[in-house]
Write a protein that binds this ligand. Structure first.
Ligand SMILES: CC(C)(COP(=O)(O)OP(=O)(O)OC[C@H]1O[C@@H](n2cnc3c(N)ncnc32)[C@H](O)[C@@H]1OP(=O)(O)O)[C@@H](O)C(=O)NCCC(=O)NCCS
Length: 335
């Protein structure tokens, strides 16, 4: 009943069936989240970074509604797995069958573990815990409703930086000549949070940054970058990244915000994020919200987000499991 699904070859009708299934799940699991739209969805799931691969599976007849959909990003040390079962088809083993397909593929490819992101308070928590996944990390999602923003106050925040810094905005990505400085700023905070499974990999070197930007564009994810330049050393002292997805254009994703350790305490984090909101307001008239995730212990970031008007929304958890253990557990349950 599980069949492998190749998004680049699938019919338009089948791509639409996957979107319908995801939206039916969003409606019950995370009501209030915007629905996916079909425009750009194929590119979103079919495109990967160079050297990475994805595999996907569906449950359901070709041409009809789908009961389940799963996708795995195959990395050397981990498969990053996603799964959705139609609310009306749950508790019949569909999710477990899709998980088995992914575990078998990971095993065939020599990938030792699977990592997943789960929204707290949804059936995914008992499902993965029941399959032996270990809870590794938790983050809080925060959402900013742009209609509630006090733009005058935000303007003060955007200007409130120490002297010796200048802020620059780059819709589409930083210019080539800044790639090395940009990647160096990201490298400076690498591994700050050892518990994070890094399911959303970051770009710590210029080559990877180039590939990453090209991949974002090819997937229909438009990046906006705001940088703080430390003028006397001409280095990147801080940065913030937001992506506006073509497949969910009313809600943007805040990616990394980094202030290099020696430049902390000069108001850069707040100013960068505030300036970013002005950039988005001007360039993306249909955008209504921005979402961001952060460690509940990260006090400086919590404070900045609260000042900007972000509201805590839901807990997101990362879980992991060894593929060998998962296969042992799944085989008797599913076969
Ligand atoms: C989690 C999910 C994939 C489970 O799919 P499913 O087809 O219902 O799973 P299965 O039937 O294979 O369930 C296997 C076992 O998991 C556990 N389980 C699954 N759903 C459960 C629930 N709601 N409560 C308690 N245990 C549950 C049970 O132990 C179940 O075995 P049982 O039915 O014999 O008791 C499905 O609920 C889903 O798609 N949820 C949304 C996924 C999601 O988080 N999407 C991302 C939102 S951004």
């Amino acid at each position: 009943m599980v069949r492998e699904w190749e998004p680049s070859m699938a019919s338009d009708a089948e791509v639409a069936a996957v979107v319908d299934l995801l939206n039916a799940a969003v409606e019950v699991d995370t009501p209030g989240d915007p629905p996916w739209i079909v425009d750009g969805f194929r590119e979103y799931v079919a495109t990967t970074m160079p050297g990475e691969r994805r595999a996907a599976w569906v449950v359901g007849e070709e041409g009809g509604p789908l009961l389940g959909y799963a996708m795995m990003l195959l990395m050397d040390d981990m498969g990053v797995f996603e799964l959705s079962v139609h609310p009306e088809a749950r508790r019949h083993g569909v999710g477990s069958a899709l998980l088995l397909a992914a575990a078998r593929r990971a095993s065939d490819e020599g990938i030792p573990s699977l990592g997943i992101e789960v929204v707290g308070d949804t059936p995914a928590v008992p499902f993965y815990e029941g399959h032996g996944f270990r809870w590794a990390y938790a983050e809080m999602r925060n959402v900013l409703d742009l209609s509630t923003v006090d733009w005058q106050r935000l303007d003060e925040m955007a200007r409130g930086i120490g002297s010796g810094y200048r802020v620059e905005a780059y819709p589409g990505g930083p210019p080539e000549e800044l790639y090395a400085a940009y990647a160096a700023a990201k490298e400076s905070v690498r591994g700050d949070d050892p518990a994070d499974l890094e399911l959303r990999p970051s770009s710590y070197d210029p080559e990877r940054l180039r590939d990453s930007l090209a991949t974002l564009h090819a997937r229909g994810l438009k990046p906006y970058i705001v940088l703080a330049i430390h003028e006397s050393t001409d280095t990147v002292a801080g940065l913030t990244e937001v992506v506006v997805p073509r497949q969910r254009p009313s809600r943007a994703d805040q990616y990394d915000t980094v202030v290099v350790p020696e430049h902390r305490g000069y108001g850069l984090g707040r100013a960068l994020k505030a300036r970013m909101l002005f950039e988005l307001k001007a360039a993306e008239p249909t955008l209504r919200e921005v979402q961001t995730w952060h460690d509940a212990e990260n006090e400086p970031l919590l404070k900045v987000n609260a000042e900007l008007g972000f509201q805590p929304d839901r807990e997101w958890r990362e879980y992991e499991v060894e593929v060998v253990d998962l296969l042992h557990r799944l085989r008797p349950a599913v076969l």
